[in-house]
Write a protein that binds this ligand. Structure first.
Ligand SMILES: [Zn+2]
Length: 459
């Protein structure tokens, strides 16, 4: 006799992201331990012994979203820096990496990770300072966490003043920190944690430092996350410094291949796009952040050239459903048409299996497929804005929200139920996150956080 299932989810419409059976109505999803052991139709579960049944009629079941690029600590800047500049690290007058204490990073990182989890991400690929402290704090939520240290050899205290000074000692220290992080946490938390290397960006890392990172990533067999071609300023700086575009430099130092996850890829020449595509890099595409920052992505060209596009929320918010919508809209803006190249299934793939591929995890994450990790999300579709759901994937992408998530299962464990986290105190996380943000802004700017001056009420 076979062992009973730990969980059987019944009655949902499953959007599996598995090309073999993309949609299953009245689905059954069986979980034993940390694995999916059944993804099929109602009759398949007849006679199966089950420890717990989840009645999911009226729900959509999806794989957990794979959020391929976040800076969880940057919840500190929510609603503020989006209107001050295009990225907090380059914006004067806001808290920067070197301002943030370990305790503040934990409080803020946990807040963003909680948000991402409540909205259906089951793994975030996070890069920021204090990763040794934020990684375990995020894992405690029950979330899967791919983490990387914020490594660079620039003196970051001057970057927001447009001064790039490189220091070999800084580079050695940061790289050693990344290697230590890998030694401590790669595979930790029952395998829910993993560690890669993240040279911050091509303007904040010298060519020699990028070569060192390439040596180490090959030694450890890990992927590399970086920001690439994310602004005109970066491209100008690297051209002046090295006489080539950031993409050309990444290729020159040996990093441009299918082990590279490059955030944004916005300011690229035709030749850069062709190189990135031919190398099969994964583009961590954060369309909401890009468009809010005034950049129209080049994801259509990158896709056609062969790059893997994976979705990310990046800074300040964690809703992957909303990001699917922005990705679709920005794709169509590039196409200047509604055509078959950008549809709801394409962006859903980018948020699930495509992103898992980018992390090197397509074998065990990213789709509802028997044998993969049991990371499952249930959206409550019994809501006015999701009715009628004649085409469930179109309805989810065009009118869904992260806040429609009712249940999140990670590694076979229910970590969100009825829209609430099961393992942690949400109210405490929210209160501590808010307090940390307030304390940080006040210490750095000399006053409580207020946002751009012209928006303040006239006195
Ligand atoms: Zn980023």
């Amino acid at each position: 006799m076979t062992e009973p299932f730990d969980i059987l989810i019944r009655g949902a419409t499953a959007l599996t992201s598995d090309p073999a059976q993309p949609m299953i109505e009245d689905a059954v999803i069986g979980i034993r331990g940390d694995r999916l052991v059944m993804v099929g139709r109602a009759l398949d579960a007849d006679g199966v012994e089950v420890r717990r049944v989840i009645d999911a009629r009226g729900h959509l079941a999806t794989p957990g979203f794979v959020n391929i690029h976040t800076h969880a600590v940057l919840s500190l800047a929510r609603g503020m820096t989006e209107d001050m500049g295009w990225a907090p690290a380059y914006t004067p007058g806001v808290p920067h990496v070197y301002d943030i204490s370990e305790d503040e990073a934990v409080a803020l990182g946990r807040l963003s990770a909680l948000e991402a989890m409540l909205f259906g991400s089951t793994i975030i690929n996070d890069m920021y300072v204090h990763a040794h402290a934020t990684l375990p704090a995020i894992a405690e939520l029950g979330l899967r966490i791919s983490s990387s240290a914020w490594i660079h050899d620039v003196d970051f205290t001057q970057v927001h003043n447009k001064v790039w000074q490189y220091d070999r000692k800084i580079g050695e220290d940061r790289l050693r920190y990344g290697i230590d992080l890998h030694a401590r946490f790669n595979g930790a938390f029952d395998g829910r944690a993993s560690v890669m290397f993240a040279p911050h960006a091509i303007d904040t890392c010298s060519a020699d430092f990028l070569r060192d990172v390439n040596t180490e990533r090959r030694r450890f067999g890990v992927r590399v996350m970086t920001h690439l071609a994310q602004s005109y300023m970066e491209v100008e700086q690297v051209k002046e410094r090295d006489g080539m575009t950031p993409t050309e430099l990444v290729e020159e130092v040996g990093l441009l291949d299918d082990g590279l996850i490059a955030a944004h890829c916005l300011v690229m020449t035709e030749s850069d796009i062709a190189r990135a595509g031919a190398a099969g890099i994964t583009v961590a595409h954060a369309p909401k952040v890009n468009l809010t920052g005034g950049y129209l992505p080049v994801t259509s060209k990158l896709r056609r050239a062969g790059a893997n596009i994976a979705l990310a929320t990046d800074n300040m918010h964690g809703d992957m459903v909303e990001n699917m919508r922005w990705a679709l809209a920005s794709g169509r803006l590039q196409e200047r048409a509604v055509n078959d190249f950008w549809g709801a299934p394409d962006v859903f793939h980018m948020a699930t299996l495509g992103a898992a591929k980018g992390l090197g995890r397509a074998h065990d994450l990213g789709s509802l497929t028997v044998g993969k990790k049991a990371d499952v999300v249930l959206f409550d579709a019994r809501r006015a804005h999701l009715t009628p759901a004649f085409n469930p994937i179109g309805t989810l992408v065009h009118t869904g929200h992260g806040r429609d998530v009712a249940t999140v299962i990670v590694d076979g464990r229910v970590v969100v139920e009825n829209g609430r986290a099961t393992l942690v105190d949400e109210e405490r996380i929210r209160t501590e996150g808010r307090a940390a943000a307030r304390q940080l802004w006040t210490r750095v700017t000399g006053q409580p956080p207020v946002g751009p001056a012209r928006w303040q009420a006239a006195s």
